[in-house]
Design a binder for this molecule. Structure first.
Ligand SMILES: Cc1cc2nc3c(=O)[nH]c(=O)nc-3n(C[C@H](O)[C@H](O)[C@H](O)COP(=O)(O)OP(=O)(O)OC[C@H]3O[C@@H](n4cnc5c(N)ncnc54)[C@H](O)[C@@H]3O)c2cc1C
Length: 505
């Protein structure tokens, strides 16, 4: 779709998990992308240590989840500020956390992106942008000879918490400043603890020691009211002193591979779009990494944005569709910032917080409380606001089994191509006639539900619906009630809202 005047359809700044996932989504939809990253190459460093169920589901929708499952270790638990959550009651095929270092997640995403024809341009820092009516110029720095200006239809800043794109677009980043200093080191231990230690609370703060992979340990300390200057480089000695202060031992740590510092500053971009510039992932939101939500949210931002941006680039949907990206994803991050502020407060040392934690721990014995927090941390409970009020509409489609002319298939398997799906579960010829004007944009699938009832978050079941319009991100845009004749006018409204006007209109 690149026209004569642009070098590419979309420039993505940043080849972290968000930028890579977005590149894959855009390529699946036939959009040309250039991914520019300021690093000379991947560092192999890992902040995140895993992914949650909804991220596994979106990878499953695209048919690449098995690669991640093969590389990671599933554990049927998560946590809220170090208080264990039982995930095995979550309504999903993947009721666990997948322990997998961010470096492996990035490697696997990059391999998939390469298969789809994406090439990451390393040593390519985005340093300037100029927006015009029909395109955006992106200045990309780098070694002499590699500096250039790329002209694209859109630029997406997936360039992390200190996003240059966000600053260059003049988008504010309000929020709350850090109140804690957390230090992280991947180190060797001469005298390791007998088993992993997670968020051990002491008078001065808390510490964790995990054995992620053979040969090295991840040590994390959190101290309150000692906010470090983020411009000061972090040192191995600083980590050792912090661990000694909190734990009274350094476990004989030596040979650091990586040390880093983070905090609980919680900030969010005031808007996710400024003309032809959009933000996703940490560029749009930062927060305390409690519960392990940031990488997951970035990947899911990308899955929400990718198909919308592709439709607009292809000229099929009006630009206003892009505003639904902010409308749907801003509140998601707002809620994560809120829950991570609560989790940071729950890490404060002292008898009052100890008591609060005990009360919360006792509440977690109730299945409903456990499921409520599990749904929030994994984002399985998300429901985007939509006009139709069927209990499934706006939610992620359940991955139920279908009987099709080609045998049994799961609903997620229909989403491999990242195209919208109109699922007809009653053999209603009127549906195909209604959707005729969108035949180039939606896959009409006729099937029968293998089960009479479908799950609806959190625990309810409803009779299998008569028909569904499923967006490429797996969220349901329109549902026809079981036993009812689908309303063609409501379907036309949903098709127009999400896919643009019908071809003949
Ligand atoms: C200690 C810790 C533990 C965490 N654990 C978890 C966890 O278990 N689960 C979870 O979901 N999240 C976790 N997170 C959060 C997670 O690491 C981030 O949310 C995630 O990395 C965000 O991905 P991203 O692609 O948006 O940004 P980043 O990973 O920051 O990637 C941004 C990329 O942009 C590049 N870049 C920067 N500036 C420019 C520029 N001007 N031009 C071009 N490229 C640029 C960078 O080099 C980088 O490659 C954790 C974070 C921390 C600190």
């Amino acid at each position: 779709m690149t026209d004569m005047k642009t070098d590419t359809d979309v420039v993505i700044a940043g080849a972290g998990p968000t930028g890579l996932m977005l590149a894959c989504e855009l390529r699946l939809a036939g959009v040309d992308v250039v991914v520019a990253d300021r690093l000379a190459a991947r560092t192999g460093e890992s902040r995140a240590g895993g992914m949650h169920a909804r991220t596994m589901e979106v990878l499953d929708q695209r048919g690449v989840l098995d690669r991640f499952l093969a590389a990671g270790t599933p554990r049927p638990i998560g946590h809220f500020s170090g208080l264990w959550l039982d995930f095995d009651q979550l309504e999903t095929r993947h009721p666990w956390s997948l322990m997998l270092l961010q470096s492996h997640i990035e490697r696997l995403l990059e391999e998939w992106a390469t298969e789809l024809g994406v090439r990451v341009r390393w040593s390519s820092e985005v340093t300037g942008i100029r927006q015009h009516d029909s395109d955006v110029e992106v200045e990309v720095g780098g070694p002499v000879g590699l500096r250039s200006t790329l002209r694209a239809r859109y630029l997406v800043g997936c360039d992390g918490g200190r996003s240059a794109v966000r600053k260059l677009a003049g988008i504010g980043f309000p929020g709350t400043p850090a109140t804690v200093t957390a230090l992280l080191g991947d180190v060797e231990l001469a005298d390791p603890p007998a088993e992993s230690l997670f968020m051990q609370r002491r008078t001065g703060g808390d510490f964790s020691v995990f054995a992620f992979e053979p040969g090295w340990y991840r040590v994390v300390t959190t101290e309150h009211d000692r906010v470090a200057d983020p411009r000061e480089p972090v040192t191995f000695e600083e980590l050792r002193e912090s661990l000694l202060r909190i734990a009274g031992t350094d476990f004989g740590m030596h040979s650091p591979r990586w040390v880093s510092r983070f905090g609980d500053a919680a900030r969010q971009a005031e808007r996710y779009r400024e003309g032809r510039v959009l933000l996703a992932g940490d560029a749009a939101h930062i927060h305390f990494p409690a519960g392990g939500q940031g990488l997951n949210m970035g990947v899911q931002d990308a899955v929400n944005l990718g198909w919308k941006l592709a439709s607009v680039v292809h000229g099929r949907a009006p630009e206003i569709l892009l505003d639904s990206y902010h409308a749907e994803r801003y509140p998601v991050a707002e809620r994560v910032l809120h829950n991570t502020r609560a989790q940071a407060a729950l890490t404060r040392p002292g008898p009052q917080t100890d008591a609060l934690r005990d009360v919360l721990r006792s509440l977690l014995e109730y299945d409903d409380v456990n499921r409520h927090l599990g749904g929030m941390i994994t984002a399985l409970d998300l429901r985007y606001p939509m006009s139709d009020d069927h209990p499934l509409t706006g939610r992620r489609v359940p991955d139920v089994e279908l009987k099709t002319g080609d045998g049994r298939r799961r609903v997620f398997e229909l989403l491999r191509a990242a195209r919208p799906v109109l699922l007809d579960l009653r053999g209603d010829t009127a549906l195909a006639a209604t959707a005729e004007g969108w035949a180039d944009r939606v896959d009409l699938v006729e099937a029968r539900s293998a089960a009479d009832h479908w799950p609806v978050w959190p625990v309810d079941e409803i009779p299998a619906p008569a028909a569904l319009l499923i967006r490429p991100d797996g969220h349901i845009a329109w549902t026809a009630h079981a036993g009812a004749t689908p309303d063609p006018a409501a379907l036309r409204t949903a098709l127009t809202a999400w896919l643009g006007p019908a071809t003949a209109d």
